[in-house]
Design a protein around this ligand. Structure first.
Ligand SMILES: N[C@@H](CCC(=O)N[C@@H](CS)C(=O)NCC(=O)O)C(=O)O
Length: 280
C-alpha cells in the first residue's frame, strides 16, 4: 500500500508526547521539514494507542486513593464502596489499617492527616477527606457506574435521608454504649448512659429490620449501596452491646445474605471480621 499523505505536525506532536519515542529528560526535539519522513498510518495508530495507554496509566498513578479504616468500625461503609467500585471499574485503592484499640488514630502521623483522630479517612492524591457522608458522596459522584447511590434526584435524596439518619442518629447512639465516659462522669452515671443508649439502639435496629424485611434484595432495591454496609455494621455492633441478633430474625437473614455479596465479603475478609459478635 502506498504511504498516505499525513499531517506531519500532528504526528510529531503525538509522538513527542509518547515516552516510548522521546526521552522526557531530553531537550525538546525540533525537526526541519526536510528531515520529516512520511510514515504509514498503522505506525501513527500504534503510536497514538501507546500514548493513550501511557496517559491512562499516568492518570491512574496520579489518582491514588487510600482508605484509612479500623476493623469492624464505621469505615466499613466506604470500604465496601471502594470494593464495589473496584469490581465495577477496575479502579483500585490502598487499604491502610488503623488499630483503634491500640490508639493509632491518636498518633502524631495520623493526626497530621486527620486532626479529628477518627476513621474513616479517604486520601485522594495526598489530599485527605473525612466524614462518611462526604467520602461516600465523593465516591458515588466520581464512580456513578458502581451504582452505590441512586441517580434519580428524588430517589437519591430518599437514600441520603436514610444514610444521614444512620450517621447522625444510630451511629452516635452506639458511641454512647461504646464510650459512655465521653458523655458522663462516674460509674453509676455511665452505666445509666449505657443502659439508655442500648434501649434506644435496639429501637433503631428494629426500624432497620422493617426496612430489611422489604429489601429486594438490598435496602435501596436491586443495587448494593452504602446503607447496606452501614446496616451490617450496626447488627454487628448490636451483638457487642448484648443485643441478640436472633431476636431480629428478618434483619439477621438480610445481613447474612449481604455478607456473601462479593464486595462485602472482600471488605469483611480484609478487616478479619465476621457476624458472630453477640455476647450476653
Ligand atoms: N462522624 C464521623 C464519625 C466517625 C467515627 O465515629 N469513627 C469512629 C469509628 S466508628 C472512630 O474513629 N473512633 C475512634 C475513637 O473514638 O478514638 C464520620 O461520619 O466519619
Amino acid at each position: 500500500m502506498a504511504d498516505a499523505p499525513l499531517n506531519w505536525i500532528a504526528m510529531i506532536d503525538c509522538l513527542s508526547r509518547t515516552r516510548r519515542f522521546v526521552d522526557p529528560a531530553s531537550r525538546p526535539v525540533s525537526f526541519a521539514a526536510s528531515e520529516v519522513r512520511i510514515v504509514r498510518p498503522a505506525v501513527i495508530i500504534r503510536a497514538c494507542g501507546s500514548l493513550s495507554r501511557w496517559r491512562s496509566k499516568q492518570q491512574r498513578r496520579h489518582s491514588m486513593m487510600e482508605l484509612y479504616y479500623g476493623a469492624g468500625a464505621c469505615s466499613f461503609v466506604p470500604h465496601v464502596g471502594l470494593e464495589a467500585i473496584k469490581a465495577a471499574t477496575g479502579e483500585g485503592f490502598e487499604p491502610r489499617a488503623i488499630k483503634l484499640h491500640k490508639g493509632e488514630q491518636h498518633s502524631p502521623e495520623y493526626l497530621a492527616l486527620n486532626p479529628l483522630g477518627l476513621v474513616p479517612l479517604l486520601v485522594v492524591d495526598g489530599k485527605p477527606l473525612s466524614q462518611i457522608l462526604a467520602i461516600c458522596d465523593y465516591l458515588d459522584r466520581r464512580y456513578p457506574q458502581a451504582g452505590l447511590l441512586p441517580a434519580d434526584p428524588w430517589q437519591r435524596a430518599q437514600a441520603m435521608s436514610t444514610f444521614a439518619w444512620m450517621n447522625n442518629t444510630v451511629h452516635p447512639t452506639f458511641t454512647h454504649i461504646f464510650r459512655p465516659g465521653n458523655f458522663a462522669e462516674g460509674e453509676a452515671a455511665q452505666t445509666e448512659v449505657k443502659r439508655l443508649a442500648t434501649e434506644k439502639f435496639r429501637g433503631h435496629l428494629e426500624r432497620i429490620q422493617v426496612m430489611a424485611e422489604k429489601a429486594a434484595p438490598f435496602l435501596l432495591g436491586d443495587k448494593l449501596s452504602f446503607v447496606d454496609a452501614y446496616a451490617l455494621v450496626f447488627l454487628r455492633w448490636g451483638g457487642l452491646a448484648g443485643i441478640d441478633p436472633a431476636s431480629l430474625p428478618g434483619y439477621r437473614a438480610y445481613v447474612e445474605r449481604l455478607a456473601a455479596v462479593p464486595p462485602v465479603a472482600a471488605a469483611m475478609a480484609r478487616e478479619g471480621i465476621n457476624l458472630e459478635t453477640y455476647r450476653k
